[in-house]
Design a binder for this molecule. Structure first.
Ligand SMILES: NC(=O)c1ccc[n+]([C@@H]2O[C@H](COP(=O)([O-])OP(=O)(O)OC[C@H]3O[C@@H](n4cnc5c(N)ncnc54)[C@H](OP(=O)(O)O)[C@@H]3O)[C@@H](O)[C@H]2O)c1
Length: 295
């Protein structure tokens, strides 16, 4: 059985990844906390802060994984803008730690990245488009990709965007914010000028499982099928959950005064993943129906 180590296993994607990989692979889940938040039979757990170089080296040396999947990151876009040193330590330097550790036994490093490394002038983007990040989060993720590519390890970089879903003690994501607000009858303001193709966390995890199973390397874009703006996404959530759509007010990104600029027309073309390993994300409505059953 091939061995896989997952970092950031208590994050939204991390939880779905360890669940999707268990059974087919021998999984070592790692995260900063003392315990794994999801209960998955048969997988091992070790605490790991990926900014600690010696700990990364020791853990990888002991477990000897064939593949390391890095789902850990500082994902809060505005926090990255204001806490740049912390952002760089987690999103870049720690990735160098994992790459160096992976190289010792030539494990494949599968690293998660983002459409925020594009400027958002002409999305959706394919794998050959030229990155031009406009915020610090995107800059840090581009630097992390370069760290992976230059380290001399077999790698796959998985770029994604707007991961949504629910899990055990997960941080807020766009879907949960809309869901919790509307369910409580709370009015929300949602931007009409930011476009992406959001992906259900389970579908992303399954795509990554397929990519690893098919022994694929290089850059892949894994995202959802529908390209839409955040306002329309919020309305779709309200429709499926029978919430009051009048609670959603359309606004523009400029109205928000966020610390970090946002790419407007982001999003990712997913044709390469569909043809190379039959990536099959469900439609937005099917994904929301799935969440309705989960919640
Ligand atoms: N969420 C999105 O919409 C989105 C879009 C594009 C790309 N991505 C990328 O996809 C990946 C997964 O995102 P996600 O949505 O699952 O994010 P998430 O829910 O925020 O999970 C990230 C996890 O990383 C952990 N982490 C942070 N610093 C760490 C460290 N030093 N050592 C170990 N773990 C650490 C966090 O744990 P703590 O609780 O301890 O901080 C958190 O559990 C990230 O690489 C992200 O950049 C996400």
């Amino acid at each position: 059985m091939r061995k896989i180590m997952v970092s950031g296993a208590n994050g939204l994607l991390g939880q779905k990844l360890v669940t999707a990989l268990a059974g087919q692979f021998e999984v070592l889940a790692t995260a900063r906390q003392d315990a794994l938040t999801v209960q998955v039979p048969g997988i091992r757990y070790q605490p790991l802060d990926i900014t600690r170089q010696a700990d990364c080296k020791q853990l990888v040396h002991g477990f000897q994984p064939d593949v390391i999947v890095n789902a850990a990151a500082l994902t809060h876009v505005d926090a990255c803008e204001t806490r740049r040193e912390e952002c760089w330590n987690i999103n870049v330097k720690a990735v160098e730690n994992l790459a160096a550790a992976a190289r010792r036994n030539m494990a494949q490093l599968v690293h998660l990245s983002t459409d925020y490394l594009f400027d958002g002038k002409q999305g959706p983007y394919d794998e050959d488009d030229t990155p031009n990040p406009i915020g610090y989060y995107g800059k840090s993720k581009l630097a992390s990709e370069n760290a992976v590519r230059l380290k001399g390890v077999p790698y796959a970089i998985v770029r994604t965007n707007v991961i949504y879903g629910t899990g055990e003690k997960v941080k807020n994501n766009f879907f949960l914010w809309v869901y919790n607000s509307l369910r409580a009858g709370k009015a929300i303001r949602v931007v009409t000028d930011q476009y992406n193709n959001p992906i259900l966390a389970e579908d992303l995890a399954e795509g990554i499982r397929k990519m690893i199973s098919a022994s694929r390397y290089g850059i892949y874009h894994l995202a959802g099928r529908e390209y839409l703006n955040r306002f329309d996404f919020a309305v779709a959530i309200a429709d499926v959950f029978d919430f009051d759509k009048e609670l959603i007010t359309p606004i523009l990104t400029a109205d928000l005064n966020q610390a970090s600029p946002r790419p407007m027309k982001g999003g990712l073309k997913i044709d390469k993943a569909i043809s190379d390993f039959q990536f099959e994300p469900r439609s937005l409505d099917t994904a929301l129906d799935f969440l309705k059953l989960q919640l």
